[in-house]
Ligand binder design. Structure first.
Ligand code: GAP
Length: 441
C-alpha cells in the first residue's frame, strides 16, 4: 500500500509528531506545531546537519543572526523589488492562485481552476511574499521591518565580522539554522509549503573563478548527507534550473528533488550566487566587503555557493520515506523506518508482565539508559501492542525484561525493521545500543 499525504498527516497527529497550529481555535493556515515526537525528530536532523557542516569540517563556522534586520537589507538583497509571485483572483469564487500554477489552457480562457467559470480570472499582479511588521510603538511607514524570507542575508551582512573575528581564509563557509517566513499565495501539502518554516543554510565564500568547481562539490556533499540520514537513494535526483526559472541572485541553481506522493519536488536548493549579494550590500551600506587574498596578493569580492535546506521539508521527507504498511499474517503493521540516528525515541523498555520484580528491574534499566538516550518506558497492554506502538513512532529498538532476565541478567533487544529479537547481557546494553544506532552492528 502506497504512502499518501493523508496517511502521514493522520500518523503525525495520532502519534504527536506534528499538529495544526492553534487547532483549538480552528487552526491558522500553513503554520504547524511539532509535538513530543516531532520536536525530537526535527532536533536530531538539525544536529546532524550542524555536525556535518560545522564540527566535521575546519572550513565552516556557525552563526545565529536575528530574524529582524535593517529594512535596507531587503532593498539591497533584491527582495523588496523582486521577491514576488504573480497573484490571480477569481472574481466569482474568490479563490487565489499563482499564475504559473494555472494550466496554460485554462489561463488562456481566464478559466478558474476551482469553480470552472470562464473569464472569471483577473490579470496577474505581483504580490510580495515578505511579511511586514512595525518596529516600535508607532505604526508608520518609517517603522516597517520584515520577517526574513531567507536566513542567508544574516550571513552576508556578518561576512566582515566573521572574517575579522575568526581569521578564516577563503574558501570558507558560514552555516546557520533558523526560522524564515513567506506569505505564500498557495501554501499546502501539509508542511511542504508553509508560511513559517526553518531553513538550514550554508554560504561558502570562494575566489571568483573557483565557483563552478565548488558548486559541483557541494552538490555531491549535500546529496550524500541525505543518504546519511537514511533517505532512499532511488527516491532522490538532481534537477538543474533552466535560465528562465533562476532566482534573481543566481547564475546557476541545482535542486535536490524527492519523489513525494505529490510528485517530484524540491527538497533543497544549491545556488551559485556569484558576487551579487556582497556587491549589493557593499553598495547599499557603503562598507567595503571585499577580501584580500594573501596568497595571490589580490583583492576581490568573493563569490558565494549556497546550500539551502528546509528543515521542515526534510522532516516531512523522512516521515514519507520511512512510512510502510506491512502485511503480516493477520494484521497490517504501520512502521516508520527512520534511520536510528534521527529516530525520536532510541529505545523503549518494557517489563513483559507487571509482576515478579520485572517492572522494578525495567525501571532501573530505563533510568540508566536515560543518561545516554531518549528512552520510553511502557508497561501497559500486551507486549505485542507495545511493539506496534513503537513501530509507528519509529523507535528502532525495544528492550524487554522477562523471567529469564531475573535468572541470568540478560534482556531481549527487538529490532524494529526485522522484528528479530536477540538476547544480550544487561551490563553491555548501552554500548550495544550505541553501536546499533551508529550502524556498527
Ligand atoms: N536562500 C535561498 C533560498 O531561500 P529557496 O529555494 O527559496 O532558496 C530553500 O528555499 C529551501 O527552503 C527549499 O528547498 C525548501 O526546502 C525550503 N522552503 C522554501 N520555502 C518554503 C516554504 N514555504 N515552506 C517550507 N519550506 C520552504
Amino acid at each position: 500500500m502506497s504512502v499518501t499525504m493523508e496517511k502521514i498527516v493522520s500518523l503525525c497527529k495520532r502519534r504527536g509528531f506534528i499538529f495544526q497550529s492553534s487547532e483549538i481555535y480552528g487552526g491558522i493556515n500553513a503554520c504547524y506545531d511539532y509535538g513530543p515526537l516531532g520536536v525530537e525528530l526535527k532536533k536530531n536532523i538539525k544536529e546532524i546537519w550542524w555536525r556535518s557542516m560545522v564540527y566535521e569540517r575546519d572550513d565552516i563556522v556557525g552563526l545565529d543572526a536575528a530574524i529582524l534586520m535593517h529594512p535596507r537589507v531587503w532593498e539591497a538583497s533584491g527582495h523588496v523589488a523582486g521577491f514576488t509571485d504573480p497573484l490571480v483572483d477569481c472574481r466569482i469564487c474568490k479563490q487565489r492562485f499563482r499564475e504559473d500554477e494555472i494550466p496554460p489552457a485554462k489561463w488562456e480562457k481566464r478559466q478558474c481552476p476551482h469553480c470552472g467559470n470562464v473569464g472569471s480570472l483577473t490579470d496577474a499582479r505581483q504580490f510580495n511574499l515578505m511579511f511586514k511588521t512595525h518596529m516600535g510603538p508607532i505604526e508608520e511607514d518609517a517603522s516597517v521591518v520584515y520577517l526574513r524570507p531567507e536566513t542567508a542575508q544574516g550571513i552576508y551582512v556578518n561576512f566582515k565580522n566573521v572574517i575579522d573575528s575568526s581569521r578564516k581564509k577563503i574558501p570558507f563557509g558560514i552555516a546557520q539554522i533558523g526560522k524564515a517566513f513567506r506569505n505564500e499565495i498557495t501554501p499546502g501539502n501539509f508542511t511542504f509549503r508553509t508560511r513559517e518554516f526553518e531553513q538550514a543554510e550554508m554560504q561558502f565564500f570562494v575566489k571568483p573563478g573557483h565557483d563552478e568547481a565548488k558548486f559541483e562539490m557541494w552538490q555531491k556533499i549535500r546529496m550524500d548527507w541525505y543518504r546519511r540520514i537514511g533517505i532512499r537513494e532511488n527516491k532522490m535526483r538532481f534537477r538543474p534550473h533552466g535560465s528562465g526559472e533562476l532566482a534573481h541572485y543566481a547564475k546557476a541553481a541545482m535542486d535536490i528533488e524527492y519523489e513525494y506522493p505529490i510528485g517530484w519536488k524540491e527538497l533543497e536548493g544549491i545556488h551559485n550566487r556569484t558576487d551579487y549579494d556582497l556587491t549589493r550590500h557593499q553598495e547599499y551600506s557603503g562598507k567595503d566587503l571585499s577580501y584580500f587574498d594573501d596568497a595571490s596578493r589580490e583583492r576581490f569580492v568573493p563569490y558565494i555557493i549556497e546550500t539551502s535546506a528546509g528543515i521542515d521539508r526534510t522532516v516531512l521527507t523522512c516521515l514519507i520515506d520511512g512510512y510502510e504498511e506491512e502485511k503480516l499474517d493477520n494484521e497490517t503493521r504501520i512502521v516508520l523506518h527512520l534511520d536510528p540516528k534521527i529516530a525520536p525515541i532510541k529505545t523503549a523498555v518494557f517489563p513483559l508482565v507487571n509482576r515478579d520484580g520485572m517492572p522494578e528491574l525495567a525501571h532501573q534499566i530505563a533510568k540508566e539508559l536515560m543518561g545516554d538516550f531518549n528512552v520510553f518506558y511502557d508497561d501497559s497492554g500486551a507486549v505485542g501492542r507495545r511493539y506496534r506502538r513503537q513501530d509507528e513512532a519509529g523507535t528502532p529498538y525495544c528492550i524487554t525484561i522477562d523471567s529469564q532476565t531475573l535468572q541470568d541478567q540478560t534482556v531481549t533487544i527487538r529490532d524494529r525493521d526485522s522484528m528479530k529479537q536477540d538476547r544480550v547481557p544487561i551490563h553491555g546494553i548501552s554500548v550495544e545500543l550505541k553501536n546499533r544506532i551508529q550502524g556498527k552492528n
